[in-house]
Each structure stands twice: as C-alpha cells, then as structure tokens.
Design a protein around this ligand. Structure first.
Ligand SMILES: O=C(O)c1cc(=O)[nH]c(=O)n1[C@@H]1O[C@H](COP(=O)(O)O)[C@@H](O)[C@H]1O
Length: 236
C-alpha cells in the first residue's frame, strides 16, 4: 500500500478548519479530528467533512476502563468515522472489549467498521520518558513493538507509532497490520514539540501506511503548496 496522508485539523474553531479543508480539497481526502477541534466544533466539523466526501480519523485517544472506552467507541459510530484510536496503555482487556463490541455492532447494523488503532508511545516522547517512568524496555523501539503485539492480539487493525518503528512493526506483525505515523517533519519545517521525527520521503521508504501531519501544513502561510510539496516527497 502506498503511503497516504492524513491532515491533522488542530484548530480552535470551525471556520479555520473548514477553510483549510476547502483550500486542500483536491489534494487531501483524509482528515484527523483531534481533541482541540472535537471540543470546539466536533460535530459540525465531522458533518462538514463527511458531506464533502472526506474520510475522518477521530483521534480522541481513549484511555479509561474497558466499559467506558467500549461505550464511547460505540457512541462515536454515529459520526460515520473511518478510523478511531485508544491508548494501548489502557490494557488488552480494554482493547479486546472495544474490538469485539465494535465488530458485533457493525455486523448487526451492516456498517463499515472503522479502523481501530492504538497509540503506542507518543511521538513527543523518547527514551528519557521510559527511564522517568521506570519502564523496563531496552529502547523506545522494543517498547513500541511490544505494545503493537498486544494491540494486534486484542483484535485491533494497527497502531500509531513513529515512522522510525514501522519496519520492526511490519517485520514482527505482518504487512497488513496498519501503521499510522505522526511526528512527520519535512526538512524545511520546525520540529515543534515532536521528538521521534521522520521526513515524508523517509516515511514513504519505511513503508508507513498513513502519515499524520499537522503544523507543517496547517501553520504554513501557503498550506496548499506545503501539502503539494509533501505529496511530491511521498511519491518520489
Ligand atoms: O494519535 C495521534 O494522532 C498522535 C499520536 C502521537 O504519538 N503523536 C502525535 O503527534 N499525534 C497527533 O498527530 C498530530 C501531529 O501534528 P503536528 O505535530 O502538528 O504535525 C497532532 O494532532 C497530534 O495530536
């Protein structure tokens, strides 16, 4: 599968997000609605995206007890989303409850099941975090692959990880296990608060299924040009 792009719509209001989607309309068809935009204008924004034929990744990173996360995941199906995420740290019972309840509900109501994705280690974190939290893994890579194994066993479709970890994930869990990779930074963009970063061109060579990219496009004075440059890098 070629590497596809998901643009992170991290905006404080509907009009800014909608203007960007309109601006990028013929280049990007997959968008991420995360905490900021969901809290400020989630329902309206998702409706706008879906009525314009776009795909939606609902990124609320659920991290709670199994019953709460499974109920929230089922409730999110009313938005006709294409991808949904939880934190793998929430546990294998939480993830397997989510996957079985979502699967049963979608089968029963003949709905297309959204991709179920678990966040492994946030791309804003590095080895210092493992030490600080006394996590007994040798490296971020080992930790991420271990969480990805648990995620797959729990019936999920893939993980959020850094592109740096994609080869190891694919080698261990197979090529069909999806990798969704934020922390993407073209050489010309600022790193901001990201730590485990990779350029779009490297991400594509590493076999990422989806790259998630926000500020290099959303904070650019010429977002369309920025998106075009990134797409060119992916297809090089
Ligand atoms: O789940 C995510 O999407 C996510 C996980 C992660 O480990 N790192 C990460 O940056 N993200 C999200 O990906 C987006 C990255 O945005 P930029 O750093 O602006 O490109 C943000 O919306 C983050 O919330």
């Amino acid at each position: 599968m070629d590497t596809k792009i998901i643009v992170a719509l991290d905006f404080p209001d509907f009009s800014k997000a909608a203007d960007l989607v309109t601006n990028l309309s013929d280049t990007v068809d997959f968008y991420k609605v995360g905490l900021e935009s969901f809290i400020s204008c989630g329902e309206k924004l998702i409706h706008f995206l879906k009525s314009n034929g776009k795909k939606v990744f609902l990124d609320l990173k659920f991290h709670d007890i199994p019953n709460t996360v499974a109920s929230a995941s089922l409730a999110s199906l009313k938005y006709d989303i294409d991808m949904l995420n939880v934190h793998a740290q929430g546990g294998s019972i939480m993830m397997s409850t989510v996957s079985s309840e979502i699967e049963n509900y979608c089968d029963k109501h003949s709905l297309q099941k959204p991709y179920l994705i678990a966040v492994t280690l946030l791309t804003s974190l590095n080895e210092t975090h493992l030490r600080e939290y006394k996590i007994n893994a040798k490296s971020t890579l080992e930790y991420v692959v271990d969480l990805a194994k648990i995620t797959q066993k729990s019936g999920f479709d893939g993980v959020v990880a850094s592109a740096r970890e994609v080869s190891a994930i694919k080698n261990t869990l197979g090529n069909d296990f999806l990798t969704v990779t934020p922390g993407i930074r073209p050489a010309w963009a600022a790193k901001n608060d990201q730590q485990r970063v990779v350029t779009p061109s490297e991400a594509s060579k590493l076999g990422c299924d989806y790259i998630v990219i926000g500020r290099p496009i959303t904070a650019s004075s010429k977002p369309y040009k920025a998106a075009e440059k990134i797409l060119e890098e992916l297809n090089d």
